[in-house]
Design a protein around this ligand. Sequence first.
Ligand SMILES: Cc1ncc(COP(=O)(O)O)c(C=O)c1O
Length: 458
Amino acid sequence: MKTIIEPFKIKMVEPIKLTTSTEREARLRQAHFNVFQIPAEEVIIDLLTDSGTAAMSSEQWAGMIRGDESYAGARSWYRFEKVLKELTGMQHILPTHQGRASERILFELVGGAGKVIPNNNHFDTTRANIEHSGARAVDLVIGEGTQPQSRHPFKGNMDLEKLERLIAEVGAKNMPLCMMTVTNNSGGGQPVSLANLRAVKEICRRHGIPFFLDACRFAENAYLIKQREPGQGNQSARAIARTMFDLADGATISAKKDGLVNIGGVLLMRDDALAARANNLLILTEGFITYGGLAGRDLEAMAQGFTEVLDEHYLEYRLRSVAYLGEHLLSAGVQIVEPPGGHAIYIDARAFCPHIPAEQFPGQALVCALYRHAGIRAVEIGSVMFGAPDPQTGKATPPAMELVRLAIPRRVYTQSHIDYVVEAIIEILQKRESLSGLRIVEAPPVLRHFTAKFEEIG
Ligand SMILES: Cc1ncc(COP(=O)(O)O)c(C=O)c1O
């Protein structure tokens, strides 16, 4: 059969409130044109994030009932630890309440003034946690990674020459670790190849720099390697994922993505001394080392989710359904980051709204239009998220791309929901000259996209 179907049946449904455009206009204004401030019930199709929005399986829910809520050494913890050890081969598995808690612990230990931490592209919370520690976060993605039209199969790869140059410039002793985000969320959800992971690892090994993965979407990256990297087609997604982890000295994971859960995270490492210090911080700020800020039932759901996510029927459906959205937009003339990546489709807002300059936030203008027109919630990944003025110089540098991310929650929406999204975007494209730019009227000093207030220009 050519039709790739959802490899699951729906047993429980949640109604969607179908709002009117008058209601949405009022909501958008009340939210100061920031869709993070709109109640989820007022959203028809919520593509704000794929994080923590998955539908759990019946086995995960069964695990929630079985969860052992003992404070120390719960049965659920041992199951979770076993699953994670088998998946990653890492000695030290630290549960945390979500990805950024893993980042906070890691960078509190290895960050600090004078330190420099490269990545293909740091995710916003990763960058913020590194900078909060006083260290510098540097993005070294390959050139193709910033060109929406390039169809390079691994646009999440790191530029090896840039990495060598950075090490020479700052000195290996000032680089406490090098990270790679798989898939590269801030760079369009694009995968990283095994060849590139191996090459980065080799550079790190030569310079004595630990190599860490930001492995939130390890399974989607593994399956894209299987589909796209020569010689990998016969490997299982599980085997490829293990090869990826085998190259790393540690990893941070938000289980809210490929863990298929609504809350949870992991910090993984091999180094005993670093793990001992991390455990102390975990106890201080998250919880005892066998639950780390989570309930036993959450550990059960994660153990099951990290197992289910490597089912190749699931991964085939998942990647195909994301590509379906991307292909329909491309054929309607909407420039997206090509080729479609793992968890989301990213619209090139600069190409969509050529009349809106970066300082008037073309991505945010499109985000507002999506909500207004069809109740679709997306997120800007451009000058709002990454273009805040430098606190020291006051100068704002626009990021390489102005994107709008349509993130697809796992196992939540069906094909007709996605067809609705395609129809809405095509209708907005036809009247795109009417979209107005925005100005920020109020914003916090960090992670401003969550709470900034805007007003429309003109
Ligand atoms: C690549 C990446 N790293 C880290 C995080 C942070 O994870 P969390 O939201 O669980 O704190 C995210 C979340 O979206 C992410 O996409």
